[in-house]
Design a protein around this ligand. Structure first.
Ligand code: ATP
Length: 407
């Protein structure tokens, strides 16, 4: 077997077990007895747990922040440095590029290429485009083994239309007084004297479809926390949400009622065993579980969403048994049952495989086209197949990122 290999998986494969089998030396015989390390968001999440629970800060970022307070890109860069310092005898590199901007992707390719001169790299990926340039052999899981793929480009790709039915209508409209949903006037934010964003002027109006892009650390999550979260930095700024000046008496709860939200990190938060149907219905109550008896109209609307997603026949299945791609579709339906005036999607496709990205993107385009909900889609770069009306781009600068509307 080649020294460096990629294992091309789909979201239906059990990635955690696969990694465990490699680390135990069961899957790749030549690694048996060697000390392996794992470069993965799974590892980052473990370190973040340690920071939160036990106050242990084992991984240092470039600007000496905790991982908890760092951007996704900063976390990955810090982790790879930490791993290299541990001198592993081989490396499992999982979802290497997830959430990384182009510059950071190039940096990590160089780092891994250097590392590959001394130790074997086993890449795990669900995107063909992410296969590292120095890898020449690609495998896929089959039962308890991995088998070679002769030509990765010949793997079947989803190209059919997945969502044929119309988007379900809202039961009642969420009242919003203003056509202007989000308005930033010269908004600037610094953390510990480090400027993050500077003089941001931006407006999102009802029904618009925006894509917010920008490199790692440019302040995308900071902007989202000014909109949907309770970031205290929002209060002395000129920010209007749904026509009301932020900090003028509205509660975080008032805002949350008007905003649907999805990020791939949410998948870790939904650990309850609930049926897919109940999961969607819980969107009417903004609760994680379902504690009230839904009425007939709510059940009927949830059924329409299930039919749209082609999941009606499996509505009683446990949500936890779904693939990562299907879980996301269900959580989008859950966020959309009330047709919130604004739907925010923060790096929503991170970790999805090639087929599921196509399906997910089709659903988001459909929601933006067929509903009055404004969509704010956030990622570090352009997404193939996504059809936003406008793109707002953040550009890094020493004095704080500035933003421009690029179309
Ligand atoms: N609570 C905080 N305290 C100090 N610094 C912070 C805090 N939150 C964010 N930052 C810093 O602000 C900068 C912007 O971070 P932010 O997460 O908004 O960027 P981003 O564009 O979302 O990045 P990524 O694409 O990597 O997720 C980063 O340098 C980050 O370290």
């Amino acid at each position: 077997m080649n020294k460096h290999i990629a294992i091309y998986i789909s979201n239906k494969d059990d990635k955690k077990s696969l990694i465990k089998e490699i680390l135990c030396g069961n899957l790749i015989e030549r690694l048996n007895g060697l000390k392996g390390d794992l470069f993965s968001e799974l590892t980052i999440n473990k370190f973040i747990e340690e920071e939160k629970r036990h106050g242990r800060f084992d991984v240092a970022t470039a600007n000496r922040h905790s991982l908890t307070k760092s951007s996704e890109g900063e976390r990955k860069k810090a982790l790879i440095k930490h791993i290299i310092a541990n001198n592993p005898e081989y490396l499992i590199a999982d979802n290497v590029f997830g959430n990384l901007d182009i510059q950071s992707q190039e940096d990590i390719v160089h780092t891994l290429e250097d590392l590959s001169k001394s130790i074997p790299i086993i890449q795990i990926t669900n995107r063909k485009k992410d296969i590292l340039p120095f890898i020449t052999a690609v495998f896929r899981p089959k039962g308890k083994f991995i088998i070679p793929i002769e030509n990765v480009d010949s793997m079947p790709q989803n190209s059919r239309q997945n969502f044929i039915q119309d988007l379900p209508k809202p039961l009642e409209k969420v009242a919003v007084e203003s056509d202007s949903l989000v308005k930033f006037d010269n908004v600037s934010v610094s953390y510990l004297d480090k400027p993050i964003i500077k003089d941001i002027c931006w407006e999102i109006k009802a029904g618009e479809f925006w894509h917010l892009i920008g490199p790692n650390g440019s302040g995308k999550s900071t902007i989202l926390s000014l909109i949907s979260g309770d970031n205290p930095k929002a209060f002395n700024q000129d920010i209007h949400l749904f026509g009301i000046k932020k900090g003028s008496g509205e509660s975080v709860w008032d805002i949350k009622k008007k905003v649907g939200y999805f990020t791939s990190e949410m998948l870790q938060g939904f650990k309850r065993s609930d049926t897919i149907e109940r999961m969607i219905i819980s969107g009417f109550y903004d609760s994680v579980g379902l504690y009230k008896y839904p009425n007939e109209s709510q059940i009927a609307t949830a059924h329409q969403w299930l039919k749209l997603l082609n999941m009606f026949d499996i509505k009683n299945r446990n949500f936890q048994t779904l693939s990562s791609g299907h879980k996301r579709l269900v959580l989008i339906a859950r966020a959309m049952v009330k047709h919130p005036p604004l739907l925010i999607l923060d790096e929503p496709t991170n970790g999805l495989d090639d087929n599921d990205v196509v399906i997910f993107t089709e659903l988001i385009n459909k929601i933006a086209k067929e509903s009055d909900t404004a969509v704010l889609y956030v990622s570090h770069s352009q997404e193939i197949g996504l059809t936003p009306d406008f793109v707002y781009e953040l550009k890094n600068a020493e004095t704080g990122s500035t933003g421009i509307c690029v179309n």
